[in-house]
Design a protein around this ligand. Structure first.
Ligand code: FMN
Length: 352
């Protein structure tokens, strides 16, 4: 099951999904984050993502968001911990445009207002800011590599900068930054590749945003296909916009196991040169084994939050010992007005 890509040996296709925890002080990982990832690396986990690391302080989601500042000491400790346990350390670099904080609501009642506000923000965006964002992505990728991350994931899903730019209802620009132009993303990838030839580059992208019907999926497929022809190593598929409907990002249990598996099969078969990743309701690794494709990988969020040994137990035939996520929703701390992640099944989360 090992994946060998550009000299990097990824031990299994089961990844720990990017998870925003709130465990940071002044943008730096704190002892709780180190413990959180220490428990969720090794143990059969191929890649361990550190979620939502802002490219710069001014582009962070909120005051609890991580960003790589002047000192790399804590970051190096984090990546060493993950690597020593046996997983490949990965960082998700994200950019959120400054604006009003996200609503605490799970689904918005004001979609039209959100669309109108975002359209205005994007139309008013000075090209100088876009240049700055590109530069910050490149610099934070370089710093991430210095800190010991071996995979750089660019967050282009869930309503972060690139996902808004890629949406035709949100991005009404007609210039070089129009929705159909993936030029800024392509420039960043080219430059990261040039600066960091040994780093694996991954893009997380939403297969649909939930603002339109299936027409949205059709043009997004074309965008994803275009991205797959850029010099990227992995494309991580997700869905939804955080400010519109969070259930698309974290599907309800009723949607069933591995909700985006069909899409994963389709992309991985059509584009075998790229590594593909899917997330969303993955809780049965036996089912995944049945039809496993060598270039398809799986990001697991809530099952690993609830039980850090979830993958290990599956791999060792101890499935009946898994502490299953019960969807109590404690981990959705922002929506609950809290400052960091919690878990009903795993009350240890948050201790250092
Ligand atoms: C508490 C929590 C925080 C999350 N934070 C992030 C994040 O920072 N970046 C991201 O791309 N996805 C984030 N996600 C989405 C997960 O990466 C994953 O795609 C989603 O939870 C679906 O997988 P699951 O059903 O296995 O939980 C988060 C999910 C949860 C539950």
């Amino acid at each position: 099951m090992e994946i060998l890509i550009k000299g990097c040996r990824i031990p299994t296709p089961y990844f720990f999904a990017p998870i925003n925890t709130g465990f940071s002080v002044d943008g730096e990982p704190d002892a709780r984050l180190i413990r959180f990832h220490g428990e969720r690396s090794g143990r059969g986990i191929g890649v361990a993502y550190v979620g939502n690391v802002a490219i710069k302080e001014e582009f962070r989601t909120n005051l609890g968001t991580l960003f790589i500042g002047k000192s790399l000491e804590k970051w190096k400790y984090l990546t060493k911990t993950i690597l020593a346990n046996g997983s490949i350390p990965a960082v998700q670099l994200a950019c959120r445009l400054p604006g009003p904080p996200s609503s605490r609501k799970w689904r918005t009642n004001f979609q039209d207002k959100f669309i109108a506000r975002t359209q205005r923000t994007i139309l008013d965006l000075d090209p100088k800011i876009i240049t700055k964002i590109k530069e910050n992505f490149i610099q934070s990728a370089i710093r991430s590599a210095e800190a010991g991350f071996q995979i750089i994931q660019i967050h282009a899903a869930h309503g972060y900068f690139f996902s808004q730019m890629m949406n035709r209802k949100l991005n009404l620009r007609k210039d070089a930054y129009r929705f159909s132009s993936l030029q800024p993303l392509e420039q960043i990838i080219r430059k990261i590749r040039y600066e960091l030839p040994n780093i694996l580059i991954d893009i997380r992208v939403s297969m649909f945003d939930g603002l339109e019907n299936s027409a949205e999926e059709n043009y997004r497929v074309e965008q994803i296909e275009y991205i797959s022809r850029m010099d990227v190593d992995c494309i991580s598929l997700s869905a939804g916009l955080y400010d519109v409907d969070r259930a698309m990002i974290y599907p309800e249990a009723e949607k069933g196991h591995a909700v985006y598996l069909k899409a994963g099969y389709s992309f991985s078969e059509k584009y075998p040169a790229c590594l593909w990743n899917i997330a969303g309701n993955i809780w049965d690794l036996e089912v995944l084994k049945e039809n496993h494709k060598s270039n398809l990988t799986y990001s697991i969020g809530r099952s690993l939050i609830a039980d850090p040994a979830f993958v290990e137990k599956y791999l060792n035939g101890r499935v009946d010992e898994v502490h299953k996520c019960v969807r109590a929703g404690y981990c959705h701390y922002y929506s609950r007005g809290r400052s960091h992640i919690k878990c009903k099944i795993n009350p240890n989360i948050g201790s250092s």
